[in-house]
Ligand binder design. Structure first.
Ligand code: MN
Ligand code: MN
Ligand code: MN
Length: 203
């Protein structure tokens, strides 16, 4: 189970303020490309599951994720998440031609699960498209903070995420940090995938 605090920043000005304040704690920056798939007969979406390929910094790394049973309440996200790396060049080929998944399905545990537990595979996968995300990671007061700038076809949204086994504590700490610095925020109500699928920026 992945548990994360997700706080939405309303605009680029708030994002810039957070970025400035956290700059002494900068760890790394990644350009992520997130591409999503469903089974050809909606085998995943009908069971509220998501299959994602995430490319890091071009083709440096690619990870396949299967996410299921997601909830997002009061800015705290909980989701069953399973991940495994995949060869980035094979993954690129699967994006342009999802039938190519057939050739790697037996060598990747996540793809096998999509086939065996969700019934994808007979007719294969369909690509749903995706979005880019600039993720800046900070080591701040013992927490690993992720500051995201998500670039959808329909606009850009901003979010702070922090994975923790004690999300209530993290949420309180982050809220104090933001409030103390006069930075507006709200609890994220939709995952980035849900925003992508909705086709518009959240209110
Ligand atoms: Mn994760
Ligand atoms: Mn996340
Ligand atoms: Mn995460």
């Amino acid at each position: 189970m992945e548990v994360e605090v997700k706080l939405r920043l309303p605009d680029s000005a708030a994002h810039q303020k957070v970025s400035d304040l956290l700059s002494p704690f900068h760890l790394k920056t990644h350009l992520q490309e997130n591409i999503f798939f469903d089974g050809a007969s909606s085998e995943l979406s009908s069971k509220f599951a998501i299959l994602r390929l995430r490319f890091y910094d071009g083709d440096s790394l690619c990870v396949v994720s299967l996410k299921a049973k997601a909830t997002l309440i009061g800015g705290i996200s909980r989701v069953e998440e399973d991940e495994e790396p995949i060869d980035p060049s094979i993954a690129r080929a699967c994006v342009s031609e999802p039938l190519r998944f057939g050739s790697v399905i037996n060598s990747n545990r996540i793809l096998k699960r999509a086939r065996d537990e969700f019934g994808c595979g007979d007719k294969g996968f369909v690509c749903l498209g995706g979005f880019r995300n600039v993720r800046v990671v900070y080591d701040w007061e013992g927490l690993k903070l992720e500051l995201d700038e998500s670039q959808y076809d329909f606009g850009t949204s901003y979010e702070i995420e922090c994975e923790s086994a004690d999300p209530e504590m993290v949420k309180k700490k982050l809220e104090e940090f933001l409030t103390g610095n006069g930075i507006p925020y709200s609890y994220s109500k939709l995952s980035k995938f849900a925003v992508f699928r909705s086709g518009k920026l959240p209110e």
